[in-house]
Design a protein around this ligand. Structure first.
Ligand code: SAH
Length: 343
């Protein structure tokens, strides 16, 4: 159950050790409450407090003795809210943020964000919604292709230094941390520095962004495989041949800049010019747009397309088109995407 109460100017007593209560204190302060603290369960119920609190926020810090104190509060008619203890200090959690809407964050991601002291986030992660998910300090280390706001090495340095300084650090990345996300490098940097690190998988754009346009990456009797490719740099002739030869769905991330080379390379490798192709821009975000063409026409059809976008090449693109024609299930996907956007 979740209750929303306006705490502006209200006296809230946060109980629990300083370490365990540090984030609850920030959350209540951010909500406008006047926070007082009790870090150990000794003493009378409201000793030393200016007045009887409106609410007691009880952080579970594992100390014995709180139950007695909290029972006295309840007996006095003061509501007691249970609060989780802060995340362990001095560690890093790499969090997959999904394709850009907080609706597609995992439960583990939401919890890690709530428990963080500092969040280093990318521009592809659902960063606009962060203030409602965490009271952590938010640091934008977003990178645009070619415009590295903060270099990869500096991101790793910042993360490690922050954890060594005693923070519970979250590194929030777009999609899944291990899909073209340099997650492996960030884990290695933590390990090299002796900092505890864990990874929370996220919903990758490679699957979810096509889905936002109604495209299933596999479909029975249409495609029984999908290959996820980075378009960051042009592929070699051999790679084009292998891809064309597989006969399955091809999903390309970071592919807008090399779209011409890809279409030309796959054609040279023998792919049919009428192979359907889709460009899905800004999945799950305002301005989501799908451009459908075929291998022969995509380069001109997608001339106005920009990043972030996912390219899909394969017969599965037709499944989306066919399903859209029916009043049935897949036609609801656009409505789902719209509802996820809150429109
Ligand atoms: N780790 C990420 C991918 C990082 S590479 C993941 O698993 O999704 C960045 C690329 O992801 C972008 O260039 C784009 O191709 C794709 N991408 C991420 N979010 C997207 C979105 N909301 N809409 C369209 N493409 C997206």
């Amino acid at each position: 159950m979740q209750l929303s109460i306006d705490l502006t100017g209200r006296e809230v007593l946060v109980t629990g050790s300083d370490q365990a209560a540090r984030q609850a204190v920030r959350r209540y302060q951010a909500a406008g409450a006047v926070v007082s603290r009790l870090s150990s369960p000794q003493g009378g119920p409201f000793d030393g407090l200016p007045e009887r609190p409106f609410l007691v926020a009880a952080v579970d810090d594992g100390q014995p003795g709180w139950k007695n104190f909290l029972d006295r509060c309840r007996a006095a008619g003061i509501p007691v809210a249970a609060e989780p203890a802060a995340g362990a200090p001095g560690q890093v959690t790499l969090v997959g943020g999904g394709p850009g809407t907080s609706e597609l964050l995992t439960v583990a991601a939401t919890k890690a964000l709530r428990d963080a002291d500092v969040v280093f986030y990318d521009r592809l992660a659902p960063y606009q919604e962060l203030p409602s998910l965490t009271s952590a300090k938010l640091v934008d280390v977003g990178k645009k292709p070619g415009h590295h706001k903060v270099s990869q090495g500096d991101i790793e340095k910042l993360m490690v230094e922050s954890a060594v300084a005693g923070n519970n650090v979250v590194r929030l990345k777009g999609g899944d941390p291990y899909v073209f996300g340099r997650g492996g490098e960030e884990v290695a940097a933590c390990v090299a520095a002796g900092v505890k690190v864990r990874v929370i998988s996220g919903v990758t754009s490679a699957i979810s962004v096509p889905a936002a346009a109604g495209i299933p990456v596999t479909h029975r009797e249409v495609s029984h495989m999908f290959t996820v490719v980075s378009g960051h740099a042009p592929l070699t002739a051999k790679e084009h041949e292998h891809l064309a030869g597989l006969g399955g769905t091809i999903v390309v991330l970071m592919g807008i800049g090399t779209l011409h080379q890809l279409a030309a390379g796959l054609s040279r490798a023998g792919m049919r010019p009428d192979m359907p192709m889709a460009v899905v821009e800004r999945g799950y975000r305002p301005g989501q747009r799908t451009t459908i063409a075929d291998l022969g026409t995509i380069a001109s059809a997608a001339a106005g397309c920009s990043n972030p976008a996912v390219l899909v090449i394969g017969e599965v693109v037709r499944v989306a088109e066919a399903n859209r024609g029916h009043a049935g299930a897949a036609a609801d996907l656009d409505r789902l995407a719209a509802s996820l956007l809150g429109s």
